[in-house]
Ligand binder design. Structure first.
Ligand SMILES: Cc1cc2nc3c(=O)[nH]c(=O)nc-3n(C[C@H](O)[C@H](O)[C@H](O)COP(=O)(O)OP(=O)(O)OC[C@H]3O[C@@H](n4cnc5c(N)ncnc54)[C@H](O)[C@@H]3O)c2cc1C
Length: 475
C-alpha cells in the first residue's frame, strides 16, 4: 500500500493540478495537507507585516473551499500549523509515506522551504517537485531559464513562435485519504488579524477558492461577454469588469493559467477572436515572464540595485513614506488609489503603476518599502509579479526605462470626470475635475465656494507636485 503526502502551497485547486494528479496516480492513498506557517505572517524586513487581512481572508476561504471539494470526492484535506520542514516530514513519517509531492516556485523563501522539506525527509521518502503555476512549462521553453532574455518583447516573440502550452488536466474523480485528525482551518482571529473592512466601493467582493474563481471566469468571459473588449477597457479604474480580476485566484493557485487559456481559446472559437481576446493571454505572458525571471535571477530581485545593479539615491524618509502609504500625499490621484488599496486589497494596474512611480520617481523613497507595503495589502500578492513590477517601475528591473508617470497627466487622461478620485475622496466631490485633481490651484474664494479647506478636509500637497513633474520632465 503506497501512501503519498501532497503538500498544497499556492496551488489550492483540483483542476489542472499536476502535483495532485501525479500523487494520485503513483499511490493508493494520498494525504493532502495545507501548512499554516507562522513565519508567513511575520514582519517584512522593511516594517509592514507580510500578510494583511484581505489576503489572509482570501487564503482561508480558498483552503475551506479546497477542503469541501476534496471531501466531495471522498477524501480529506488536513490542516496543520508549523514550519513546513517539520510538519511535512513528521506527517510523512506518521503515515508511512513513500513520497512527498509539492508545487515548486522560483522565489527565495518558497525555494528555501522546498529545500528544507526535501532535506528533512528521511532517505526512503522521495520528494517530487512540480512547477505548475505558469502558462508555459519551463521544460518546454526554447531557451532554458538561465539563459532567457531579460527583456519581455524578445522573450515573448521567442515563446510565441513555437512553444506549446500543455493542456490542463481534469480534476480527479475521487481522492482516497487515510483516517487522521483533519485539523481546523484557522480563523482570522487565530492568525491575530481583524476582519478586513467591507467597503461597497470595492471593485469586487473577492471570495477565495477554486469554486469562486471559476465563477468569476464564467461571469467575466461568458455571461458578461467582456473578453471581446478587454484591451480597450483594461485601463479602467472603477467597477468589476474593466479587467478580468482573475489575479487573486491565480496568485493563490485557485485557477490555473492553462485552464484560463483554454477558456480564452474556446471563447475565440465560439464567439470572437480579436486583439482584445489575445491581450488577456499577452498579460498572462507578463506573469510568466516574471516567474521565469525570478527563476533566473533569484534573490538579486530584492536588492536595492536590482538585477541590473543600478545605483540610485533612495531616501529612507519614514514620514514621506507614511503619507504615501496612508493616502495623504495631497495629490488626489495618488491618495485615491492608496485608499482603495488599503480598504479593499485591490488596485487597478493603472493605479499600481501611478502610485509606484510617485513613490520612487517623485518622492524618491526606497522602492522596496513600497513593494513591502503592497505585499501586506494586496489580495493578489504574488512575489514575482509584485517585486518584478516594482523593480521595473524603480528602474532596477527588467525592461526598465527611465520614464516616470506624470500622475496629473494620468489623472486627466484616465479619470477625466474625476469620478474615481471623488469615489475615494468624497471631500473633493463637487469640484470641477481639473480642481479635483489639483485642489491646490483653488483660490481662497473658490475654496469657500466649494466648501473645501485644505489641510482640514483634505491634505495640502506634501511636495510642489507640478514643479516636481516639470523637473522630472527636464523642464
Ligand atoms: C507596482 C505593481 C505591483 C504589482 N503587483 C502584483 C502582484 O502582487 N500580483 C499580481 O498578480 N499582479 C501584480 N501586478 C500586475 C497587475 O497590476 C495585476 O496583475 C492586475 O492589475 C490584476 O488585475 P486583473 O486580474 O484584473 O488583471 P488583467 O488586466 O485582467 O490581467 C489578466 C492577468 O494577467 C496577469 N497580469 C496582468 N498584468 C500583469 C503584470 N504587469 N505583471 C504580471 N502579471 C500581470 C495577472 O495574472 C492578471 O490577473 C502589479 C503591477 C504593478 C505596477
Amino acid at each position: 500500500m503506497e501512501t503519498a503526502v501532497v503538500w498544497f502551497r499556492d496551488d489550492l485547486r483540483l483542476t489542472d493540478n499536476p502535483t495532485l494528479t501525479a500523487a494520485i496516480e503513483a499511490a493508493d492513498e494520498v494525504v493532502p495537507v495545507v501548512v499554516v506557517d507562522p513565519r508567513r505572517r511575520g514582519d517584512t524586513r522593511y516594517g509592514p507585516p507580510k500578510l494583511g487581512s484581505h489576503r489572509a481572508r482570501f487564503r482561508l476561504e480558498s483552503v475551506r473551499d479546497l477542503r469541501e471539494s476534496i471531501r466531495a470526492r471522498g477524501g480529506e484535506l488536513f490542516v496543520r500549523e508549523g514550519e513546513p520542514a517539520t510538519v511535512v516530514s513528521e506527517l510523512a513519517e506518521e503515515v508511512g509515506a513513500s513520497a512527498v509531492y509539492a508545487q515548486t516556485k522560483p522565489t527565495t523563501e518558497e525555494r528555501a522551504d522546498t529545500e528544507a522539506v526535501r532535506a528533512a525527509l528521511p532517505d526512503e521518502i522521495t520528494f517530487h517537485g512540480h512547477w505548475t503555476h505558469t502558462l508555459y512549462h519551463p521544460e518546454d521553453l526554447p531557451t532554458p531559464v538561465e539563459g532567457i532574455d531579460d527583456t519581455f518583447t524578445p522573450w515573448r516573440h521567442e515563446v510565441e513562435d513555437d512553444t506549446p502550452i500543455r493542456d490542463p488536466i481534469d480534476p480527479p474523480e475521487s481522492i482516497r485519504t487515510p483516517e487522521l485528525e483533519p485539523g481546523d482551518v484557522p480563523t482570522l482571529a487565530d492568525l491575530g488579524l481583524e476582519e478586513p473592512p467591507d467597503d461597497d466601493r470595492a471593485v469586487l467582493a473577492f471570495e477565495g477558492g477554486e469554486t469562486a474563481g471559476k465563477r468569476r471566469v464564467e461571469a467575466y468571459i461568458w455571461e458578461r461577454d467582456r473578453l471581446r473588449t478587454y484591451k480597450q477597457t483594461r485601463n479602467g479604474l472603477l467597477g468589476a469588469d474593466y479587467s478580468s480580476k482573475f489575479s487573486p485566484w491565480l496568485a493563490a493557485g485557485c485557477l490555473s493559467p492553462r485552464w484560463i487559456y483554454r477558456e480564452v481559446r474556446r471563447y475565440e472559437r465560439e464567439r470572437v477572436a480579436n486583439e482584445d481576446t489575445y491581450w488577456l493571454v499577452f498579460e498572462l505572458l507578463w506573469r510568466d515572464f516574471f516567474q521565469f525571471q525570478f527563476a533566473k535571477h533569484g534573490g538579486a530581485f530584492f536588492t536595492e540595485t536590482g538585477i541590473r545593479d543600478v545605483e540610485k539615491r533612495w531616501r529612507r524618509d519614514r514620514e514621506r513614506f507614511r503619507r504615501w502609504a496612508d493616502g495623504e500625499t495631497g495629490v488626489p490621484f495618488v491618495d485615491a488609489n492608496m485608499r482603495e488599496l488599503e480598504r479593499t486589497g485591490y488596485l487597478s494596474n493603472r493605479g499600481r503603476q501611478n502610485v509606484a512611480s510617485f513613490l520612487v520617481d517623485a518622492l524618491e523613497v526606497d522602492w522596496r518599502w513600497g513593494a513591502a507595503h503592497f505585499e501586506t495589502h494586496l489580495v493578489d500578492y504574488d512575489v514575482a509579479s509584485n517585486w518584478g513590477n516594482w523593480a521595473y517601475q524603480a528602474g532596477v528591473g527588467n525592461d526598465s526605462r527611465d520614464g516616470h508617470f506624470d500622475v496629473l497627466w494620468q489623472a486627466d487622461r484616465y479619470d477625466p470626470d474625476a469620478e474615481y478620485v471623488t469615489t475615494w475622496l468624497p471631500a473633493l466631490e463637487g469640484l470641477p475635475p481639473e480642481y479635483a485633481h489639483r485642489p491646490w490651484r483653488l483660490e481662497a474664494d473658490e475654496r469657500t465656494e466649494y466648501g473645501l479647506e485644505l489641510g482640514v478636509d483634505y491634505p495640502r500637497p506634501m511636495i510642489d507636485v507640478e514643479a516636481r513633474f516639470e523637473e522630472l520632465d527636464g523642464g
